[in-house]
Ligand binder design. Structure first.
Ligand code: NAD
Length: 326
């Protein structure tokens, strides 16, 4: 049992992580900018602190006494980095600096949530943890998120080197599952199908991703916060099974029983050069298997079926606006 702080604990991954930590007997504090949506209450046993991670005083009060800090608060999503690029940089960079600084002073161990996006458009898949970052122009807002998260990773290791912070970084790869904001391929397709609307497929859906069920991502995160050998390391937490986005949308159609034909979006025409898509995104996970004993266990069909089944009974979620970028 540990005293844990989860920043962004009201978000998609954070919410699932909080449930897992509570189930294993941890004492959990959540620090998040927003209280639970849709009239849902704070989970029993959780101390909830509302605040902005850029506010060191408020954050400091939440960090006090924590033994492990899981830092998940961030601005995430294509719709967000297209409409709020400055917030993406500011929150993911300045906020993370505050988290690391305060955790260091409290002598807490830290797990920082990062992303497959740090690899950018490196064509040499699968990406090992030390693979190169290949990015586009600073005129494309897409790279604000990748760059802000890469800087957060650099900062994490810089705190470790200069101040002895005990920290690990986990990179998620297209996590999906119950409760995710309907702004991503899976969540948006499920949301639209159950609301009787056609799914939206970008650029014919030939691009591939490795969809990772949220329970698997959470297992890896907890291991990164507890395994002694994880300190000072970065891990890819992703499925190694590559799926074309178009196939996943079809599978969601089958599982939801949707009769709607997906509508196509040409991203160049719709968003111009600010939007840049990646052809393939595939992790190498040998390191997570070796050091953490972690592997993505949930087959895509099963994870999607669980997500659809959850969504059918979550009216508050079905009533959310469709927040996809197109
Ligand atoms: N979902 C994925 O597939 C994925 C992939 C790669 C990386 N990640 C990373 O995982 C983490 C969690 O992602 P998620 O999908 O759960 O996103 P999410 O948007 O559901 O959750 C993020 C949470 O952070 C909170 N937050 C945002 N700005 C804040 C601020 N200034 N102060 C305090 N709280 C703030 C939000 O209110 C939200 O609850 C993020 O760090 C994200 O970059 C997620």
């Amino acid at each position: 049992m540990a005293r844990a702080l989860v920043t962004g604990g009201n978000g998609f991954l954070g919410g699932h992580l909080v449930a897992r930590l509570l189930a294993r007997g941890d004492e959990v504090t959540v620090f998040d900018g927003a209280p639970p949506a849709g009239g849902r209450g704070v989970p029993d046993g959780v101390r909830f602190v509302t605040g902005d991670i850029r506010d060191p005083e408020r954050l400091g009060a939440a960090v006090a006494g924590a033994e492990v800090v899981y830092h998940l608060a961030a601005v995430v999503g294509v719709d967000q980095y297209l409409s709020r690029p400055l917030d993406v940089i500011d929150i993911n960079f300045s906020g993370t600096r505050n988290v690391l600084d305060l955790a260091c002073r409290a002598d807490a161990r830290v797990v920082v949530a990062s992303t497959s996006e740090v690899f950018g458009k490196n064509p040499a898949v699968p990406w090992a943890e030390d693979g190169d970052r290949v990015l586009g122009s600073t005129r494309a807002s897409r790279w604000t998120y990748s760059s802000s998260k890469a800087l957060a990773e650099h900062m994490t290791f810089a705190f470790a080197e200069q101040h002895g912070l005990r920290a690990s970084v986990v990179r998620y790869f297209n996590a999906y599952g119950p409760g995710q904001r309907p702004a991503y391929i899976v969540s948006r397709s499920v949301h639209r199908a159950l609301n009787g609307r056609p799914a939206v497929v970008y650029d014919r859906g030939a691009q591939t991703r490795c969809f990772t069920y949220v329970d698997d991502a959470v297992s890896g995160t907890v291991l990164a916060g507890t395994a002694p050998a994880a300190v000072g390391e970065v891990f890819n937490l992703g499925s190694e099974v590559e799926s074309a986005v178009g196939e996943v949308v079809e599978l969601v159609g089958e599982l939801t029983g949707s009769a709607e034909v997906p509508s196509g979006v040409d991203t160049r025409t719709a968003y111009g050069p600010a939007y840049e898509d990646l052809a393939r995104r595939v992790p190498a996970t040998a390191k997570a298997q070796r050091v953490l004993g972690w592997k993505c266990e949930t087959p895509l069909r099963e994870g999607l079926a669980r997500t659809v089944s959850w969504a059918r009974s979550a009216q508050w979620w079905l009533d959310l606006p469709d927040s996809g970028a197109g």
